[in-house]
Design a protein around this ligand. Structure first.
Ligand SMILES: [Zn+2]
Length: 241
C-alpha cells in the first residue's frame, strides 16, 4: 500500500470512530449507508446529512418545495424586489422569492429561512428524535442545497443532462459538450407574467420543472426570440437586473 492509501485509511478509521461516537440510535439509514460508502467518511452526523443532500440536488429541490407548501406564504406577503439589503428583499428577479428570508417575515431561530418550516437536529426536516426545533439552525441541510441549485442550476448540468438521456430538450438531438442549462420559461417572464402565482408554487420556476439542458445553438436562437418578444412586449423597460 502506498503511504497515501495508508493516510486515507488512517483518516477514515478516525472519521468512523468519531461518527460512531456521535451517532444517535435513530438516524436515517440511507444517509448512514451513503456516508459509510464514501471515499472519505464524514466524521459527524451533520456532515453525513450534508453530504447526502449535496449528492442529491434534485431530491433537495423537490423536498424544499414540498416543505414550503406546508405553511405557504406569510399573510400579506407579495413578491417584491428591493435595493435595501437589510430588508432582505431580492435585488433581482433572478433570485428565487423567499419570504422567510425577508426581515419582515422571518420566523427566527429554529425555522428554515427557505421553506419556513421547523429545522430539527442535524438540520434534518423531521423530528426523528423528538427533541423539538433546533434553535441554532435556520436552514435545513436539504434547503441549503436546493437554494444553491435554484441560484446556479448550471452547476448541476451533468446531472440534468443525464436525466434527459443526453438529448437536447429543444431539438431532441444529442447534447453537445457545450450544451447549456436553460429556464424553459425565462425568469424575466416569470417576473412579468407569473408574479402573482402563489408562493411556493412560484419556486417551481427555479426548480427542476422549469429547467432543461439545450444545445448552444438552440439556446442562442431561443434567447434571441425571447429578447425580441421582450422588446415587443415591454418596450419601455430599462435594461434588466
Ligand atoms: Zn427548509
Amino acid at each position: 500500500m502506498t503511504s497515501w492509501e495508508d493516510e486515507k485509511d488512517r483518516r477514515n478509521r478516525q472519521a468512523l470512530t468519531r461518527l460512531t461516537k456521535s451517532l444517535p440510535s435513530i438516524f436515517p439509514p440511507f444517509v448512514l449507508a451513503r456516508a459509510l460508502g464514501r471515499p472519505f467518511i464524514p466524521p459527524t452526523p451533520r456532515l453525513a446529512i450534508d453530504s447526502y443532500w449535496r449528492a442529491h440536488p434534485i431530491r433537495s429541490d423537490r423536498l424544499a418545495r414540498a416543505l414550503a407548501t406546508r405553511g405557504g406564504a406569510p399573510n400579506g406577503w407579495t413578491w417584491q424586489l428591493g435595493s435595501n439589503r437589510r430588508a432582505g428583499l431580492p435585488t433581482t428577479f433572478r433570485t428565487p422569492p423567499a419570504p422567510y428570508r425577508e426581515r419582515a417575515y422571518t420566523r427566527g431561530a429554529g425555522f428554515c429561512c427557505v421553506c419556513g418550516q421547523p429545522v430539527y437536529r442535524f438540520g434534518w426536516h423531521v423530528d426523528l428524535w423528538n427533541a423539538g426545533a433546533n434553535k441554532n439552525a435556520n436552514w435545513h441541510c436539504a434547503c441549503v442545497i436546493a437554494w444553491e441549485f435554484w441560484n446556479a442550476p448550471s452547476g448541476e448540468a451533468l446531472l440534468l443532462r443525464r436525466l434527459q438521456a443526453r438529448r437536447c430538450a429543444q431539438t431532441g438531438r444529442r447534447l453537445w459538450k457545450s450544451a447549456e442549462v436553460d429556464h424553459r420559461i425565462p425568469l424575466f417572464r416569470v417576473w412579468k407574467e407569473y408574479r402573482d402565482t402563489p408562493w411556493p408554487k412560484l419556486l417551481d420556476f427555479w426548480g427542476s420543472p422549469n429547467l432543461q439542458v439545450i444545445n448552444r445553438d438552440a439556446h442562442v436562437a431561443k434567447s434571441a426570440l425571447e429578447a425580441r418578444d421582450r422588446r415587443a412586449t415591454y418596450p419601455l423597460e430599462t435594461e434588466l437586473t
